[in-house]
Design a protein around this ligand. Structure first.
Ligand SMILES: Cc1cc2nc3c(=O)[nH]c(=O)nc-3n(C[C@H](O)[C@H](O)[C@H](O)COP(=O)(O)OP(=O)(O)OC[C@H]3O[C@@H](n4cnc5c(N)ncnc54)[C@H](O)[C@@H]3O)c2cc1C
Length: 386
């Protein structure tokens, strides 16, 4: 397994449970603790933890009961009953890591080369290590080097906007703000933009009211070229490619975002943006592949399709790829035949999610015809496994 994030770890656990001898090779030299942002916690994402690892979901996620829309003045204009679970990237990562074998999770191993021949895959890593395997699963994310090698023609397109993200302890905002935003996913849709806020566990994983964090994701348009280049130049002057981690966004952009929030957003949400200390940015891309299986190598999660986050289904898609892969490899003892059996359904799932998320993004960021209650905007893979 190449990549030991949420996708790679889930698939590694599933293949191990199916009787395979699995090793995870992760590029990072430290455990991946710095990605504390919130995630919509869908069935496919938590299925391994709840069904196989026996984790009580109440201890690692926060339940919300409403999908709520505010107007510019902060009044509730739409409030529908809908149950979601939210967790944080770090909380889910810790649980998956505890479910996998520590001695088979190798940090500091960046895949730099691989070849297939004679029924095996040879891999070479930046630290000089080399291994052979029957199957290489590439869960190396949106910037996948395996995809770049095997699908050089994959469509990679900047969506025209980025996600500003931030978190604030609910205890740090006025009680009426925490009260309004703490039991719902709350949206504000405005000209060529939208922002959503939801509660998540705190950095220690606590889900107790009062300890939790309010997490926001704010989609804002930036023109490709000078405008985006300037945004993605961090406070040390380095030009980042895909994201700027918490605390590294240039000061003038943070100041602009807070001023824009104060001027344009409902006051409760502007309060959250203002109080969040370490803002981060993720650039939004559409990545489309024609194939996911290449003899004894396959792409899963964001290494295959990377979709806009509007369905909160990125980790669910990666996990679903894993459940289906474990099943296909059980049904077909031969790895190459197993991948061929697995690929068509996962290509179809990835394509429909990519198209749906692209359409949702277009509504909000371009056409300005996003309507509360649109079933397409309800989080989920919207089939199989949802
Ligand atoms: C703004 C935003 C909000 C989102 N919200 C949600 C949400 O609410 N719910 C949800 O489910 N999803 C959400 N997503 C999507 C989700 O973050 C991704 O789909 C998910 O992280 C993909 O997981 P992955 O394991 O495929 O890849 P990644 O998490 O990107 O992991 C790839 C791993 O591979 C490692 N790696 C890379 N190259 C190499 C190499 N050469 N050798 C070894 N290791 C390597 C990396 O270090 C990394 O650990 C959101 C995304 C964004 C941008």
């Amino acid at each position: 397994m190449i990549g030991g994030s949420l996708g790679g770890l889930t698939v590694a656990c599933l293949l191990r449970d199916a009787g395979h001898d699995v090793t995870v090779f992760e590029r990072s030299s430290r455990e991946l603790e710095e990605r504390g942002a919130g995630i919509g916690f869908l069935r496919a994402t938590y299925r391994y933890l709840s069904d196989r690892a026996g984790v009580d979901l109440d201890t690692i996620s926060v339940e919300t009961r409403k999908i709520r829309y505010l107007d510019r003045q902060g009044s509730v204009v739409d409030d529908q009953d809908h149950r979601y679970l939210f967790s944080s990237w770090t909380t889910v990562y810790r649980q998956l890591l505890a479910s996998f074998d520590a001695e088979r999770y190798l940090l500091g191993h960046e895949l730099v080369d691989f070849h297939q021949s004679d029924g095996a895959v040879s891999t070479r890593f930046g630290n000089g290590a080399a291994f052979e395997c029957d199957l290489m699963v590439a869960a190396d994310g949106i910037g996948s080097m395996v995809r770049a090698r095997l699908q050089p023609t994959a469509g990679i397109r900047y969506a025209g906007y980025v996600a500003w993200r931030g978190m604030v302890p609910e205890a740090d905002v006025p009680p009426e703000v925490a009260g309004l935003l703490g039991d719902a996913i709350t949206y504000f849709v405005h000209a060529n933009s939208h922002i959503l806020v939801y509660p998540i566990p705190d950095v220690s994983g606590s889900v107790d009211p009062g300890d939790r964090l309010l997490n926001f994701v704010w989609y804002r348009n930036y023109l490709e070229g000078g405008e985006l280049d300037d945004l993605l130049t961090d406070r040390s002057g380095a030009r980042r490619e895909l994201s700027i981690p918490p605390g590294a966004v240039a000061d003038h952009h943070v100041a602009e975002a807070r001023a824009h929030a104060a001027a344009r957003l409902p006051w409760q949400i502007a309060t959250v943006v203002d109080a969040a200390e370490r803002l981060s940015i993720q650039t939004i891309y559409d990545i489309d592949v024609d194939r996911m299986a290449f003899d004894r190598v396959c792409l899963i999660g964001d290494a295959a399709f990377a979709v806009r986050p509007h369905a909160a289904a990125g980790t669910a898609k990666a996990a679903e790829d894993g459940w289906m892969l474990a099943e296909a490899l059980t049904e077909e003892q031969d790895v190459v035949k197993g991948l061929l059996r697995w690929e068509p359904t996962q290509l179809a799932l990835g394509r429909q999610l990519l198209d749906r998320c692209r359409a949702i993004g277009h509504r909000s960021q371009v056409a300005n015809d996003w309507e509360p209650g649109d079933p397409e905007t309800v989080f989920g893979l919207h089939r199989p496994g949802d």
